[in-house]
Ligand binder design. Structure first.
Ligand code: TYD
Length: 212
């Protein structure tokens, strides 16, 4: 068991440029006493390298989506489940909602109902997060924050990110008990302290529950 009770899975979501990286490093300091396991998608296992290659080479969208799902499966079995079983608090930078928000934009016109297809792929083995923090901000502010020196993934354009953010907000509206929407334009310290406080509360009040 974790220091405060049962293990908890927290996920952090938001469009590119929403400030997740800065937030994650602040949470590392603010929550150090809880000894959380920080992890991420894609790329917590070697499967992530094939995902990045598929994005860079613009593989067909079905291949790309399935690689993101494979990365998730490897992440769950290799990192998330063992940590939860060991009683750790787990905080993941991106998780299934990234698939549910990004891939429907890429799969639009390729499949009749991309979101339903993606949900079915996850069913029966994925682990539902206990809490998901969604960083929201105007897309133009997010794009302005992207590092111009870094090569951009093709997702990182305003038109796509606008639709990705709409998808995120729909997901949040359908699952208000899990999602916490956070204004990413607030001061960085304020965002980090608010989320750290909420994570502490979740870690304290969690109950044992089936995880499949
Ligand atoms: P990320 O590693 O967060 O971005 P960065 O390279 O800037 O650190 O994620 C890479 C990109 O992949 C990002 O644009 C979001 C996208 N993505 C998906 O489209 N689907 C997914 O399931 C995940 C996890 C990420």
């Amino acid at each position: 068991m974790g220091p405060e009770g049962t293990p908890v899975l927290i996920t952090i979501e938001g469009i590119d440029g929403s400030g997740k990286s800065t937030l994650l490093s602040s949470l590392g300091e603010l929550l150090a006493d809880l000894d959380p396991l920080f992890t991420r998608e894609p790329g917590a296992t070697w499967v992530g390298a094939s995902v990045r290659r598929a994005i860079a080479e613009r593989m067909d969208p079905i291949t790309e989506a399935l690689l993101f799902c494979a990365d998730h499966a490897a992440h769950i079995e290799g990192v998330i489940r063992p940590a939860l079983d060991a009683g750790r608090l787990v905080i993941s930078d991106r998780y299934s909602d990234s698939r549910f928000a990004y891939q429907p934009v890429v799969l639009d016109g390729v499949l009749p109902d991309p979101l339903q297809w993606l949900r079915q792929i996850h069913e029966g083995w994925s682990i539902r997060p206990d809490r998901t923090f969604l960083l929201v901000l105007p897309v133009e502010d997010a794009v302005a924050r992207l590092d111009p020196a870094k090569q951009r993934e093709y997702f990182e354009n305003a038109g796509i990110l606008e639709r990705v953010q709409e998808n995120y907000l729909d997901l949040a509206a359908r699952d208000p008990a899990r999602f916490v929407i956070v204004d990413a334009l607030l001061k960085k310290d304020e965002v980090a302290e608010f989320i750290a406080g909420e994570i502490r509360t979740s870690a304290r009040s969690s109950q044992s529950r089936p995880r499949a």
